[in-house]
Write a protein that binds this ligand. Sequence first.
Ligand code: FES
Length: 341
Amino acid sequence: MNHKVAFSFADGKTLFFPVQPNEILLDAALRNGINIPLDCREGVCGTCQGRCESGDYSQDYVDEEALSNQDLQQRKMLTCQTRVKSDAAFYFDFASSLCSASAPEQLSGKVTEVRQVSASTAILHLDLDLGTTGLLDFLPGQYARLLIPGTQSRRSYSFANRPSDSNQLQFLIRLLPDGVMSNYIRERCQVGDEIALEAPLGAFYLRHVAKPLILVAGGTGLSALLGMLDELAERGCAQPVHLYYGVRDAADLCERTRIAAYAERIPGFRYTEVVSDPSPQWAGKRGYIAEHFDTSELRDAPIDMYVCGPPPMVESIKSWLQTQALETVHLYYEKFTESNI
Ligand code: FES
């Protein structure tokens, strides 16, 4: 007998659909026209996560970087790995409209610029080939998966800008000592190269801004937040915005001129950078970002906090918020699992 499942979303909408016994929840949702944002389908990226509010379920595989033990205790689950054992209800912290969007598009773009912007980061600019009328409509904070030219390897990168009529895209790329994308960027990437990509992907995006914002970037997690800041600067923002940016070494900091310029365009913009393992010459803030949070700012009023960075950084901020009992902070986060090759 089928199980009856309810999916509720942050915009208050609830959708009901049947799930066959032992069926993967994601397959049932897609079959019923509910396009939950997804990427890996392997329990690794965490994109398809939700929280079970009632009912019994099991999960085939959950990578520890997608959901922590604490997440699992809170009944967070990955739709692509979940099988329901009874009627059940799940909550997703994004708007239902994200699920009615059509499947990601298969696109192609030309490299217009590639530039190293710090010791460990490059910025890649692409001009999408969508004809005269096409527009890639994505939400600031989402990402694209790029096919690395001359290989069969794909890597995911957050958009570092907002959507525009000119279909220009930017991505911050972390340069590894030896990685498929890093080697391409350092050794072969030329202006004019064609790069195939799939986009838009992901459920991390800037919501309607009705509260003060705290944006927290770890390393190239800055990319998604630059897209959000571009959007805030372009649309106007009446709320204060505080960007925290953490890196390992000061030489890893990038796009500081661009960040400084947001102060001209977003009234109430504040910026704090933190270096976890600096040289003795570094005169700025040291350690981990959570150690430098302005707690008076966090306790003042309800806050929306957006965090994008490596899983340990995201987990440390989640734990810190919990120990501080800051229940007025609504946390949205994206853990990017960096490929080491
Ligand atoms: S799509 Fe990646 S964890 Fe489900």
